[in-house]
Design a protein around this ligand. Sequence first.
Ligand code: 5AD
Length: 348
Amino acid sequence: MIEKITELIEKLERTHSLSVEEYELLLEHRSDETAAILAEKADAVRREVYGNTVFIRGLIEVSNICRNDCLYCGIRRSNKSCDRYRLTKEQILECAEEGYALGFRTFVLQGGEGIFSAEHTADIVRELKKRYPDCAVTLSLGEYSRDEYAMMREAGADRYLLRHETADKAHYDRLHPAEMSFDNRMRCLRDLHTLGFQVGCGFMVGSPFQTLRNLALDLRFVEEFSPEMCGIGPFIPQKDTPFGNYPAGTADMTIYLLSIIRLIKPNILLPATTALGTITKDGRERGIKAGANVVMPNLSPLSERKKYALYDNKIATGDESAQAVEHLRQSMAKIGYEVVTARGDFVR
Ligand code: 5AD
């Protein structure tokens, strides 16, 4: 069997494409051996495009207030134990100021859905672009209409992160309340692309009810949608949610998928996520070694950081941002990668 799997990996490397059945087979035959082969190829490919550089994004968690009720998420509307906050425009600009001084050239405004109007968002984006014309602004604020996305884009936003969560509609419906729709999520992703955003989709690994078939569909979706970025991380239960007692996804499967995604899209911007770093101590380092090339340190005010708890035990070391960046530089240097100060755009 290992010959067959090695052949599949070589085919993926050559053609950047497999059928859903082939992806599923590749996932079924994950072992230390196949993972090592994939990671080595993925790392070689990322080095061809991006060298040994790691891009950093300054993550500003603007609010944990959310109108949605996703069954897996700690900041879901029904979670009454969540202590809610919303940063003011001034607070956001302060975070950016601190981040700029630390060398960040991308700011990511991430938050619960439906809290920032498109107008308010556009206003903040304009101010950020005015103060820091050399920086990229990424938004990660959920679903809006096409016109609203257009307003944000016109204000100067460069990128948008909106995980598709799962490419299987039936699975999507088991993770979300009835008022949320897979089709609208897909509509949003398409609109963002046609408006000229660099777009990031993504999914959780090991979410409740997920099958290898589901993951194979996610990979096929990445192939077909061709996003500029893709955020994946293990599902981690949050105790105040309906999925609080479900098992977490694994670092091994997440890292395996990172390698596959690198081979599907050699130039993709691929973060080693906080969730991966949460599930195992050296998760982010292992992700980088296996094909990821982005990390997103937290620039949110220390006072609010713990409140942005999508899942339990999220790493919020209490480190000042400056300290966190220094740690990151060192831990990346130790494994042979270099954290760089650059906008870190997608390379066509
Ligand atoms: N575990 C891991 N990831 C989660 N997300 C939300 N809740 C969890 C959880 N319990 C992810 C979702 C969402 C992003 C903001 O965080 O994929 O899109």
